[in-house]
Design a protein around this ligand. Structure first.
Ligand code: HEM
Length: 291
């Protein structure tokens, strides 16, 4: 039960905080659409409050699983010690403060830039709950920074997919949708390159060449390999959107729009499935730690 709860809360936090960061970020790098697709402060406010509630549950679940007790037997003193005496607790505190400031900002005077910054602090703090903060010595900072940038790039991709799907599933004018898809295609190349570079750097630290051959034999390895298969599926769908469906969108054929809808829905589902896999594999021992 404990592990299932910890994994479930990790997954929910990934989705929530990635949308909280990725949705307004899309508006930042697509100035044309900014006024058309400003993300409602109510939606972002709800995501920030949900992030706070999930963070309270996550620190309780993590403390309980580390103290080998159920949530019902958890002592407040254990949670306090977890928050005050551990780096996970400090990262948690930074996340809670950032989310509280963001919720306040959104309720009085929403500002995209500052909002993205505060959401970035909350999302980046998740690196301390996985293996991003597991490194030792000089390489520890490289692993941590790579992991945080990996989280940001994954959130940028997921945020863009949700906004673009909203456009293509909704009644957005074909020309505006096509321009947004086209603009994302360029940002998408940078996002994918960043994900691959930071993903490989984390793999080098957490798996190493010696651990590659073992991957199919461990649960951690099997989940990571499945994740890479889903990543290749996302890449194939993104390429089809960019080089075939988006250019064809202007032909105004309903079939093109429904193909694009299906492709964006599949790409988004694959991204969500990756977050579920990472929520689980982040609780398991990577090979390097085992050797
Ligand atoms: C070449 C492709 C990729 C590689 C090699 C890769 C590799 C990795 C590795 C080794 C980790 C650390 C896992 C751990 O905590 O032990 C990781 C974490 C993660 N990856 Fe990827 N990844 C890739 C693509 C993606 C994609 C496409 C997404 C999402 C759409 C994604 C989302 C994440 C997330 C959310 C984490 C957790 C970070 C944390 O909590 O610290 N990755 N990735």
């Amino acid at each position: 039960m404990g592990d299932a709860l910890t994994i479930g809360v990790r997954f929910a936090l990934y989705v929530d905080l990635m949308l909280l960061f990725g949705l307004p970020l899309f508006a930042l790098y697509t100035p044309l659409q900014r006024r058309l697709f400003a993300i409602s402060p109510k939606v972002l406010g709800a995501l920030a409050l949900l992030g706070l509630a999930l963070s309270v549950l996550s620190i309780a679940a993590m403390t309980a699983s580390m103290a080998w007790v159920g949530l019902a037997e958890l002592m407040l003193a254990d949670v306090e010690a977890m928050i005050v005496d551990t780096s996970i607790g400090h990262a948690w505190l930074a996340r809670v403060i950032a989310l509280m400031m963001l919720a306040a900002l959104l309720s009085v005077r929403p500002r995209t830039g500052l909002g993205v910054l505060l959401a970035g602090v909350a999302l980046g703090s998740l690196a301390w709950t996985g293996h991003g903060a597991a490194g030792e010595g000089a390489s520890a900072n490289l692993l941590l920074i790579g992991d945080i940038v990996h989280l940001f790039a994954a959130a940028a991709w997921l945020g863009a997919l949700v906004v673009l799907s909203h456009m293509v599933f909704g009644s957005t004018d074909v020309l505006v949708a096509q321009q947004a898809l086209d603009r994302f295609a360029k940002a998408g190349t940078v996002i994918v390159a960043t994900i691959v570079a930071t993903g490989l750097s984390s793999s080098a630290f957490l798996i190493g060449w010696s651990g590659v051959a073992e991957l199919p034999e461990t649960r951690y390895g099997q989940l990571l390999l499945l994740k890479l298969v889903l990543f290749v599926v996302m890449l194939a769908l993104a390429a089809m959107n960019r080089f075939r469906l988006t250019p064809a969108l202007l032909d105004g054929e309903p079939v093109t729009r429904s193909k694009l809808r299906r492709s964006l829905a599949l790409e988004t589902a694959a991204a969500i499935a990756i977050l579920a896999l990472v929520a689980w594999l982040g609780t398991l021992e990577p090979p390097v730690a085992a050797s």
